[in-house]
Design a protein around this ligand. Structure first.
Ligand code: XMP
Length: 509
């Protein structure tokens, strides 16, 4: 059998490199991401059918901006530049890049030329997500413009003879509605892709990666019972059966009855399942802490301390495994990206850990891909379809100090909200209650009350990187509100959060 086709994605510091990789996977083509300064020899060794240059925050004409070896553009391998990547391509082969008179941001109307392979079969009028302050001001010799916006005459460019293409906009994001089709066109019409990559291959590659990383060593997996860690457990037990120990740390911040439900679900499966009840320990560490990032860091650190203690009781455990997925990584920030919040399993980890390494096979995948993988691995539908629940649990949904009283109020209110949403089959991808730190005056019978305000949040999203609030009817909201204030002691008022992401995030902290 011929070796599988591969597309090489070269990283120039853009936020969306894994999103590009994901779109290429969606088009049934395997891709790998490498740093932008890769050498031509290293590229030849990979035998890519095409190269995609990512975006990035720099200006190509500045000395300290990331460049690539110009020989890449004469290797006979088709190249597609995206945003900064298109500027780099044009600049490298003799064009000029200069600041735009007016930068373009957001969804922008473009006129494209369907005669270009990139836009074959498409209407002339398209929307592209623009986000740039520089643009190609003079085209390199042999290049033509194949798309233009009001302010950007070179919104897409090509030199068909040399198989060099560029898009100033971002085809990889959902805000470019036909973006995946444009990437597909590049892959199939320019690079000669045959579509020889699928989920089975992904599973096999992940399994090979796990085996080569851990060898004969044993692995301790932090299992929360959520989709990501459950899929990770299934994958690990297929890759290295007998070498996996799953530890469920009940930090006392689970949803109502959830600790016991997780134990029931996993104890009977073919896994070494360990439950540690650490509620008091976590609560004492969190006493008096109100800052959201500090709470996340404390929880991340405490998780690892419990993992280390349990690992020491087991033979040959050298690795800690986690179900980290790509949105956790990108939002936790890094050397180039901004920190939005430290997801407990990424930015929340302490620096010194007693493990030889971390195993995170799902690190480059998106939620819907993780679900598809879980189904393929044979996990029961109810696990795979579960809404996400963050590792730090209800701590990210309790504003201000965390106390047993506040946890109890939130658990009850949240259980009521989830019960009503499920019973009524309301369409939402994640839904939960939040306990605000605001108390307000009410009246029950003839008495004054001064109780907490509960906020309800329900969102629709596929990738959890952006979301819209779910338009739940006022009737249902009213019913949930009256159940919460009547049934939950300490809850005095209910509000519904109608903010999208961005600018808000899904969780409140
Ligand atoms: P945000 O609040 O960043 O959340 O819009 C995006 C998705 O990630 C979940 N989330 C987490 N998951 N550990 C996790 O495992 C965390 O620390 C964490 N913080 C947020 C959140 O529930 C949503 O689905």
């Amino acid at each position: 059998m011929a070796a599988q086709q591969v597309v090489l994605i070269l990283d120039f510091g853009g936020q969306y490199k894994e999103l590009i990789a994901r779109r290429v996977r969606e088009c049934n083509v395997y891709s790998i991401v490498k740093p932008g300064d890769i050498t031509p020899d290293e590229i030849r060794a990979i035998h890519p059918i095409g190269i995609i240059l990512t975006g990035g925050p720099n200006s190509v004409y500045k000395d300290d901006s990331p460049h690539c070896d110009k020989a890449i553009f004469s290797m006979g391998i088709p190249v597609l530049g995206i945003c900064y990547g298109t500027q780099l391509l044009a600049w490298s082969v003799g064009g000029t890049v200069a600041p735009c008179a007016a930068g373009e941001y957001g969804k922008t109307r473009m006129l494209v030329k369907p005669s270009s392979p990139l836009f074959a079969g498409m209407a002339e009028e398209q929307i592209g997500l623009m986000s740039h302050t520089d643009q190609i001001s003079v085209l390199p010799e042999g290049f033509v413009s194949v798309a233009a916006t009001k302010d950007c005459p070179n919104a897409a460019v090509e030199n068909q003879a040399r198989q060099l293409y560029g898009m100033q906009f971002h085809p990889e994001v959902e805000s470019t509605p036909n973006g995946t089709q444009m990437i597909r066109n590049f892959l199939y019409r320019v690079c000669g892709a045959v579509g020889d990559y699928n989920l089975k291959d992904l599973e096999q590659k992940l399994i090979e990666g796990i085996r080569s990383q851990v060898g004969q060593a044993h692995v301790l997996l932090g299992l929360s019972g959520g989709v990501d860690s459950s899929v990770c457990a299934a994958l690990l037990s297929k890759a290295i059966p007998g070498q996996v120990h799953c530890i469920f740390v009940d930090h006392g911040l689970m949803r109502k009855n959830e600790g016991d439900e997780v134990e029931q679900a996993f104890k009977t499966r073919d896994l070494h399942f360990i439950r540690v009840n650490a509620g008091e320990r976590f609560l004492s560490r969190l006493a008096g802490v109100t800052d959201p990032e500090q709470k996340r860091k404390i929880i991340g650190a405490e998780f690892v301390r419990v993992f280390e203690e349990e690992a020491a009781k087991l033979p040959n455990v050298r690795y800690l495994a986690q179900g980290t997925i790509y949105p956790d990584v990108i939002e936790s920030g890094g050397s180039k990206a901004a920190t939005i919040k430290s997801h407990h399993n990424v930015g929340g980890l302490p620096k010194n850990m007693n493990f030889a390494g971390i195993v995170e096979p799902l690190r480059s995948l998106f939620k819907d891909e993780v679900r598809a993988l879980g189904r393929q691995l044979g996990l029961p539908g109810k696990f795979v379809a579960r809404q996400p629940f963050p590792g730090p649990g209800l701590s990210v949904r309790i504003m201000g100090e965390i106390t047993p009283e506040k946890i109890a109020i939130l658990q009850e209110a949240d259980a009521i909200f989830r019960e009503e949403i499920t019973r009524r089959r309301i369409k939402a991808d994640q839904y939960f209650a939040v306990l605000t730190d605001t108390r307000s005056v009410g009246v029950v019978g003839d008495f004054r009350t001064y109780d907490y305000t509960v906020a309800l949040r329900a969102v629709r999203t596929s990738d959890f990187m952006t979301c819209e609030y779910a338009p739940i009817s006022h009737k249902v909201l009213g019913l949930v509100s009256s159940r919460i204030v009547n049934e939950v002691k300490g809850a005095g008022r209910v509000v519904y959060d109608i903010t999208g992401k961005p600018p808000a995030t899904i969780e409140w902290s």
